[in-house]
Design a binder for this molecule. Structure first.
Ligand SMILES: Nc1ncnc2c1ncn2[C@@H]1O[C@H](COP(=O)(O)OP(=O)(O)OP(=O)(O)O)[C@@H](O)[C@H]1O
Length: 476
């Protein structure tokens, strides 16, 4: 009853093979095709002229037990979903991976939706189609199933798996709006921010939202290569240009033709390469090592740094003219400390991601674990948060992450609690002494063996004032 015919009607042998499997036949090359439906596309897919014959469609959310019981042995699971169905998509991906790890997963979305596509690809779907889909495209997408020996070959995803920029804080909303604006123009962009704040991810989003999205996105970390090598990697070389140059190499700049060149850690670029980069930005031309002529290029440059470039200029380590060229449009990425309100959403997104990756249900955070994440200072920003959660997922014995699973954050939490307890004790002691001395501060300082200055500092710190002022907290 779960058989969905996606084959051409004239291809009788395949129909027979599918029928055999559905009837408990021995032909394992094809297997069962299951459709889990939601939205108008599911209803459309049921039309006989679309699929050859009348299929059975199971609704999601629907009888979970029915869907789950149908999964083992399925070769292809087609999910028809709408925008907002991300949770179900992730859930189905998880079930399929658990019940039938070799099955292919296909998502048919009612409308084009980035969140849905990204969730589907992260959940292990090999194919993402947007309704209306051509019947031929459907048939091609399941063609691997129909050809013996190709059953398990994954279908190349048609959309890039680019993680979304998570965060609804004001600074993230502003950042998104700026990315959108800058995506419409071809200006050089400089991304500035601490390590792990998402500069690489933003560069990719800029590329994907720009008219260059069909072109290549080529990234190079300028700090990762020694001086000589960086120049040849970036601008290319001719054969025999230097010892070891056995083959000509185009270089990253020319490889990015028609697309975006992303230069990470640009603050660490050596001065000779900086001179060549300036020429590229001014004339849009490259001169490969050993070449006899320049070559015109059409690229957009996005650069990133976690240095204060102004300081590098002042120290003579970065060319001022290049700095002015790069600094045309500058995007400052907020630290995670500046957008603590996004921590929970980021954690949720990463836990979902990790669950898909490890084919497990997503872990939940206890209240104490959530508080520990909120309190920590995150010097390594979003990357550090992701790493902490990844190791917690691996360490947690159940699908619940408690503060003890958070590695060094747990120790930090204890330190915070100790400090808090010490403060509470000191405040209580001070209040008791002040009450005993009827708020005679000199007498209280004497009894506590503090100077009067220390006493005043502590009064300010704990926001204490005499009872006459009507302030709370004088009774111990
Ligand atoms: N807003 C965000 N939403 C989701 N994931 C994010 C976000 N920001 C960063 N990340 C993730 O955090 C990790 C680090 O991000 P990224 O590499 O872009 O940082 P970076 O600023 O380029 O770091 P570095 O300066 O060290 O190169 C990546 O896994 C990235 O996908």
């Amino acid at each position: 009853m779960y058989l969905l015919r996606l084959t051409e009607p004239e291809d009788e042998s395949n129909l027979n093979a599918l029928e055999n499997k559905a009837d408990g036949g021995k032909d394992n090359k094809v297997g069962t095709i299951l459709i889990v439906g939601r939205g108008s596309s599911a209803a459309e897919l049921m039309r006989p002229e679309m699929l050859g014959r009348q299929p059975a469609v199971t609704r999601l959310p629907g009888p979970v037990s029915v869907i789950k019981s149908a999964l083992p042995g399925a070769s292809l699971v087609v999910l028809c979903a709408r925008a907002g169905d991300e949770e179900e998509v992730a859930q189905l991906g998880h079930w399929v991976r658990a019940a039938s790890p070799m099955a292919r997963l296909m998502l048919v979305a009612d409308v084009s939706c980035e969140a849905l596509a990204v969730t589907a690809l992260r959940a292990g779907f090999q194919e993402y189609l947007v309704w209306p889909v051509d019947r031929l495209v459907l048939c091609q997408a399941v063609a691997g199933l129909q050809r013996p020996g190709l059953d398990m070959e994954p279908i190349k995803p048609r959309v890039p798996v680019l993680p979304s920029l998570i965060g609804q804080s004001t600074c993230m909303q502003q950042l998104r709006a700026r990315i959108e604006r800058l995506a419409k123009v071809d200006a050089t962009v400089l991304l500035v921010g601490e390590t792990g704040t998402g500069k690489d991810l933003v560069a990719r989003h800029l590329h994907e939202s720009s008219h260059r999205q069909g072109g290549p996105f080529v990234a190079l970390n300028c700090a990762a290569l020694p001086d000589g090598l960086l120049e040849s990697e970036l601008f290319g070389h001719e054969r025999g240009a230097f010892t070891g140059a056995h083959q000509p190499y185009k270089g990253k700049v020319r490889l990015a033709e028609g697309g975006t060149l992303f230069l990470d850690e640009i603050g660490d670029m050596p001065l000779p390469a900086q001179a060549k980069l300036l020429r590229l930005l001014e004339n849009r031309e490259v001169f490969a090592i050993g070449a006899s002529a320049v070559c015109q290029v059409n690229i957009r440059l996005v650069a990133a740094t976690n240095h204060q470039l102004e300081h590098r200029v002042a120290d003579g380590l970065f060319r001022q003219d290049l700095y002015y060229r790069l600094n045309v449009a500058r995007l400052l990425l907020p630290t995670l400390r500046q957008r603590r309100e996004d921590i929970e959403a980021l954690a949720h997104g990463f836990l979902q991601d990790l669950a898909n990756h490890h084919h497990q249900p997503p872990c939940r955070l206890t209240v104490a674990a959530r508080q520990a994440l909120m309190r920590y200072s995150w010097p390594g920003n979003v990357r550090e948060l992701r790493n902490v959660l990844e190791s917690a997922v691996l360490m947690a014995e159940r699908d619940v992450i408690d503060v003890g699973d958070l590695g060094y954050l747990a120790a930090n939490q204890v330190a915070v609690q100790d400090e808090h307890a010490t403060h509470l004790e000191e405040r209580t002691l001070l209040l008791r002494t002040l009450n005993q001395t009827r708020w005679n501060k000199s007498e209280a300082a004497l009894r506590l063996n503090w100077s009067r200055m220390t006493l005043y500092r502590k009064l300010a710190k704990y926001e204490l004032s005499p009872p006459d002022d009507g302030m709370p907290g004088v009774s111990v």
